[in-house]
Ligand binder design. Structure first.
Ligand SMILES: [Zn+2]
Length: 156
């Protein structure tokens, strides 16, 4: 879905959202500021969000030792670290593509975290919208996801 320029009320902060990022599943919209706040939470505290995105708790791969690779200089490093360095070179659009690919191959925790990074970095509403479409899909997000997030972002 495309972001719209109609004035809508943000489901999270309650302010006018323009451009409005659509959250059709929750019959409303988010402003860009709140989308970015959600991204920060996902990147910084994914383990605290498992009631909203249950698959963030999918730690099957944590039980296995992280594979290591040998660098050109002979040093052995964790594969995870090498990937993190490579990702730093990617554009936000490429990171979004990566997130979508993670979904296709079933790496959902990675997909969710990558969407969070896109939200943190995205200046273009169309990219933020793509990340939100994934994050708030019925397959991944709890039906109470928006309410829960509102409570986290704006504690009463
Ligand atoms: Zn907002």
């Amino acid at each position: 879905m495309e972001p719209t320029t109609d004035l809508a009320t943000c489901l999270l902060c309650g302010a006018g959202a323009s451009p409005a990022l659509n959250l059709p599943r929750f019959a409303g919209a988010s402003c860009q500021g709140c989308a970015q706040r959600v991204g920060h939470l996902l990147v910084q505290e994914p383990t605290l969000l498992t009631d909203i995105w249950p698959l963030l708790a999918d730690d099957a791969e944590l039980e296995e030792p992280e594979p290591t690779v040998q660098r050109a200089d002979g040093k052995t490093v964790e594969l995870r670290q090498v990937i993190a360095e490579m990702k730093r070179e990617l554009s936000v659009e490429d990171r979004m593509k990566l997130a979508e690919m993670y979904g296709e191959i079933g790496l959902i925790r990675e997909q969710l975290e990558e969407c969070g990074r896109v939200l943190v970095a995205a200046s273009a509403p169309a990219l933020a919208q793509r990340a939100l479409d994934v994050l708030f899909s019925p397959e991944l997000c709890s039906p109470r996801g928006i309410e829960e997030l509102r409570g986290r972002l704006f504690p009463a």
